[in-house]
Write a protein of this length. Structure first.
Length: 251
């Protein structure tokens, strides 16, 4: 599904990422972890097209993504959420989800302006599908509320629902448990497993909550100061001396 080879990123004289490699198979549930400033979000920004690397390649479903903007990558089947939630706060919950469907729209902009029949049919289908997604993520009852007024945990679920509306094959989740209490984190764990199975997704997750990624992911890659220090199953990674030093500073 995703092949990242020898990725390098620098910000001036600061090394953010060096020789980063990762292969994520179809249907994989992979995690990317590491201390603050390790380069995890930089990987996501390169893969999703928000940042151009100094070196290396990103291959998604057999296609080299070099030079492709974020919206073109979304059209290929890639979606992401952000560490800092980026919803349209003044739009309703339902409208936020419907925004995600527009990347699959076949009607031209002028058909929307003139309210032609094809646009009307598409809009009705989008709304019905949006209701289904809100039911799936448990937000149907708040569909008409402004997204910015939702509790933090509900905003996280709404952002995931909007990402699902784009019809992704690969879902990139940047710290989905950030700001959640232990009960909400447990519910998120079950929720992510359910949507992966239901939507047949490949998932790559950045997360600081080690308990969540250890239980959720089948494979972990650990970054520290832009360098890969460990890769493998969670049970092996958690015992790696370099990983222990990166997180705790000592054995």
């Amino acid at each position: 599904m995703l092949e990242i080879a020898h990725l390098g990123v620098r910000f001036g004289g600061l090394l953010a990422l060096e020789d980063f490699c990762l292969t994520v198979p179809v249907g994989g549930l992979y995690g990317l972890i590491g201390p603050n400033g390790a380069g995890k979000t930089t990987v996501f920004n390169v893969v999703s097209g928000f940042l151009q690397p100094a070196s290396g390649t990103v291959i998604f479903r057999g296609q080299n993504l070099q030079g492709l903007p974020p919206h073109a990558r979304t059209a290929l089947g890639m979606a992401r959420t952000f560490q800092n939630i980026r919803l349209f706060g003044d739009l309703t919950v339902l409208e936020n989800v419907m925004v995600g469907f527009h990347c699959r729209s076949r009607a031209a902009w002028w058909e929307a302006v003139l309210r032609l029949p094809r646009y009307g049919r598409e809009e009705k289908r989008r709304q019905l599908r949006a209701w289904e997604l809100l039911e799936e993520v448990g937000l149907r009852e708040v569909a008409w509320e402004p997204a910015g007024q939702l509790p933090y945990g509900h905003q996280r679920r709404l952002e995931i629902a909007r990402a699902l509306a784009t019809g992704p094959r690969l879902l990139l989740l940047d710290e989905p448990a950030a700001g959640l209490n232990p009960q909400e984190t447990l519910e998120l764990l079950q929720f992510l497993k359910q949507i992966q199975e239901h939507h047949q997704l490949t998932m790559l997750v950045i997360e600081h909550n080690l308990r969540l990624v250890m239980e959720l992911c089948e494979h972990l890659t650990v970054l520290d100061h832009g360098l890969t220090i460990a890769q493998g199953p969670p049970a092996e990674v958690r015992q790696d001396p370099q990983v222990i030093r990166a997180y705790l500073g000592k054995q």
